[in-house]
Design a protein around this ligand. Structure first.
Ligand code: PHE
Length: 456
């Protein structure tokens, strides 16, 4: 597509909300708490915040620069900015990663639909912690139920993608994101007022820096990339729809702040409640699905109508947050197929949906019927998560940072950060320094250390 006929986001706030809509999702509300729970709570959060500031934000700005300057899907963007070089593989790697993530992300997104139904039919009423654990296990190991939800979720994503960029994504984000934020705050208040909640707050905010090791740093870094939607050209593709007046640095900072606040709020909603009812913080992927129904029951025990409404609303908004993320994952791959292979958007979208259905099928069954199919100790679901979040995203982030830090002409970078000299870019030097030195070496170091080539 040419510069003129690529769609554009309509407004400044629309840009921030749509990018934040991609960033805020199950990564913050489902994945962040369980990764934090697996890695000691407060310690994880401190390392996570460093990863966002030193690695995540610079890479986000780099993706914005590439996307808006090239005005093309992520794979084409590299080809345009670095013709006839191997850099195009960074874009292609991103597209592949996006597709793999969508394959298992949509499974969890489907779970949110099951929980909407359970909430609507008031099935949480009168249940205890043990019942929620049993119910989740029964559901997630069941063969067909999660598959139906997976199918429906991907179908919904598919239709929004086919409707086009501006209308679908922007309109939805404007309403859903603020509502989710407000509900989260209400639930945090409920959770921290449960008896016994203090232990959860201590767990979350008392770091023990002696526990920092390379596995924890890799997990925090992977989570930062995952949560900020980085390393797969997602924000790069979005930035190709930004207008020339969008302030890239400010947009990145806003998205980073919103995303981190939502993650910490999710932690504050989950852990006090988990400790209050004796659920282990390292329960893994089931954590939010077994903890939250408890919050609704216990916090609003005397007001069943409020408990009912809060639970229905929460799962609807969680599904919506997941949807804005699945849309963006889908968009990366669809835009690539549409623009590179000249498929119609409809056909490109159908291919993506089908591939993700197949991946999701195996990911979902690997938690039940196919759970003995393991590679290096991980089932298919865990394997996709590990491969994408802990290997592919960091590698791609490292290459993106190096591309803008070392390869790209600094005049282009300056032009993008100052909108062709019309706004100031006080952070220019720091951004270049982080992109040139800190992000590439930091990521490489963590990586090499974790795969055991170095033993620090
Ligand atoms: N950042 C999203 C989340 O936190 C997940 C995602 C990853 C979306 C990569 C798009 C691209 O849920």
């Amino acid at each position: 597509m040419t510069r003129k006929n690529r769609a554009n986001f309509g407004s400044k706030i629309g840009v921030i909300l749509a990018s934040a809509g991609s960033a805020v999702g199950l990564g913050n509300i489902w994945r962040f708490p369980f990764e934090a729970g697996n890695h000691g709570g407060g310690t994880f959060i401190v390392v996570y915040i460093f990863c966002v500031l030193l690695l995540g934000l610079p890479v986000m700005i780099a993706e914005f620069i590439i996307g808006r300057n090239a005005r093309a899907n992520t794979a084409r963007a590299y080809q345009k900015l670095a013709p006839k070089t191997a850099w195009k593989w960074v874009g292609r790697l991103g597209v592949l990663t996006g597709c793999l993530i969508l394959g298992y992300y949509a499974v969890v997104a489907g779970w949110t639909l099951e929980y909407i139904m359970q909430a609507v039919f008031n099935q949480f009423k009168g249940q205890q912690a043990g019942d929620f654990i049993a119910a989740f296990n029964q559901f997630s190991t069941n063969s067909w139920r999660p598959l139906i939800w997976l199918f429906l979720f991907l179908l919904g994503t598919h239709f929004i993608i086919v409707k086009g960029v501006e209308k679908g994504i922007e309109r939805a984000s404007k309403i859903l994101m603020p509502s989710l934020f407000i509900l989260l705050i209400i639930l945090v208040i409920c959770s921290i007022s449960l008896p016994g909640a203090e232990k959860g707050i201590t767990f979350l905010f008392k770091p023990d820096l002696s526990k920092v090791n390379s596995e924890l740093i890799l997990a925090a870094m992977g989570q930062a990339f995952f949560s900020l939607s980085l390393g797969m050209g997602c924000l790069c593709t979005y930035a190709s729809y930004f207008s020339k007046h969008t302030d890239l640095t400010k947009t990145a900072l806003s998205v980073g702040v919103i995303d981190s606040i939502v993650a910490v709020l999710a932690g504050l909603m989950i852990f006090p409640a988990a400790f209050a009812v004796g659920i282990q913080p390292d329960a893994g992927p089931s954590l939010i699905f077994i903890t939250l129904p408890n919050v609704f029951q216990q916090a609003f025990g005397n007001f069943p109508v409020i408990a009912y409404l809060a639970s229905v609303l929460f799962y609807i908004l969680l599904a919506a947050a997941a949807l804005t993320s699945t849309i963006s994952l889908h968009e990366v791959v669809t835009a690539y197929l549409h623009e590179e292979f000249k498929f119609t958007r409809g056909k490109a979208a159908r291919i993506v949906t089908t591939v993700c259905l197949v991946l999701g099928f195996f990911a979902s069954l690997s938690l039940g019927a196919l759970d003995n199919l393991k590679i290096v100790g991980l089932n298919f679901f865990e394997g996709l998560d590990f491969l994408t979040a802990k290997i592919m995203l960091p590698i791609s982030g490292m290459l993106t940072a190096s591309f803008v830090g070392w390869y790209l002409d600094k005049k282009i970078v300056w032009g993008e950060l100052t909108n062709s000299n019309t706004i100031k870019a006080p952070l220019f030097k720091i951004i270049i320094f982080l992109l040139k030195f800190v992000a590439p070496t930091g990521i490489a170091f963590i990586f090499i250390n974790e795969i055991g080539l170095l033993n620090l």
